[in-house]
Each structure stands twice: as C-alpha cells, then as structure tokens.
Design a protein around this ligand. Structure first.
Ligand code: PNS
Length: 159
C-alpha cells in the first residue's frame, strides 16, 4: 500500500488544494487529507466544518480519507505508516518555508516530502485571500468549489 498525506489548515479548502489532492490520489493508493489543528490560529471555519467541506468536494475520489490531527505532522504519519507528505508549491516564495518544514520533518522521523507544482491557474490562490476577497463581496466562484462558495457566503452572512 502506497500512502501519502496532504496536510494543511484548509480554512477553507480551495480549488488549488483540490487540484493537489486529486493529483496525489492518482499517484498513491491512499491519500490522507490531514486538517492540522492550530490552537493559536482562530479560523473562520471550525475543524468539523473544514472536514465536512473537504469530504464533500473529494467525494468522487475513492482513495481519499479526511482526518483532523492535533500535534506534529510526523506523528500523524507515524501512527498511520505514511512515508510521504505531498505539498503544492505555488511560487518561489513558498519554497523557503516549505523546504524548512520538509527538512525538519525528514530529520525528525524520515518522512519524505514531495513537492507538486501548483497549476498556474491557482498560483496566486490561498485560503486567506479567498476569505478576504469574499468578505468584501469579490467574485471567488472560480477559485473554490461550489459547496465552499455556499458555505463561505453563509458564514459571512452570519457575521
Ligand atoms: O495550510 P497551511 O497552514 O500552510 O499548512 C501548514 C501545516 C499545517 C501543514 C504545518 O503548519 C504543519 O505541518 N503543522 C503541524 C504541526 C507540525 O508538524 N509542525 C512542524 C512542521 S516542520
């Protein structure tokens, strides 16, 4: 069984994330999407809401499993015998931090990190920008799946 994990905050999942998850799902037998809990970062969506949205938008990918985890990513990997982390690289600006994390993770436990070049259509895309644009009424319908668009609009109406 070849297993990999796509980790992130996914607050919320975007088309950029989905592209990486779908591509990983074609390369591995099982792909775990790990919603990593960061207590010091107040998100817009709860962890349960993020998981629910990812499950909805990956429903057609049979080998994708969504979970949350509070702790180190390498411990998530160790507990599930996952040897590889798959990450999207949007631009050179991502590289410094991603390289640091990849080197820390392999040093901590031998888990490899594989970088996948982001689809150029999504190279500027991040969950933070999507939230900011949506908050001010900008059109993000081409950047997130329809379920996420609805959830974002509902959440913003509540605020
Ligand atoms: O979507 P994000 O916020 O850019 O994802 C970053 C994430 C969650 C993948 C990273 O912060 C992470 O792996 N956090 C889990 C805690 C951990 O293992 N920290 C050490 C990283 S070397």
């Amino acid at each position: 069984m070849r297993r990999a994990v796509c980790p992130g905050s996914f607050d919320p999942v975007t088309n950029g994330h989905l592209d990486i998850i779908a591509r990983a799902s074609r390369l591995y037998d099982t792909v775990y999407v790990a919603v990593m809990v960061n207590k010091s970062k107040q998100g817009l969506f709860s962890i349960e809401e993020r998981i629910d949205l990812i499950e909805q938008v990956t429903a057609d990918l049979d080998n994708v499993q969504v979970e949350s985890f509070h702790g180190l990513l390498v411990d998530f990997c160790k507990q599930r015998e996952i040897p590889a982390i798959v990450k999207g690289l949007r631009a050179v600006s991502d590289f410094d931090y991603e390289l640091q994390m990849a080197q820390m993770n392999i040093g901590l436990s031998g888990v490899e990190t594989l970088f996948v070049p982001t689809n150029p259509a999504y190279s500027f895309l991040s969950s933070s920008l999507v939230k900011e644009v949506a908050q001010w009424g900008g059109d993000i319908s081409h950047l997130v799946p329809p379920q996420v668009l609805d959830a974002l609009n509902a959440k913003l109406r509540q605020q």
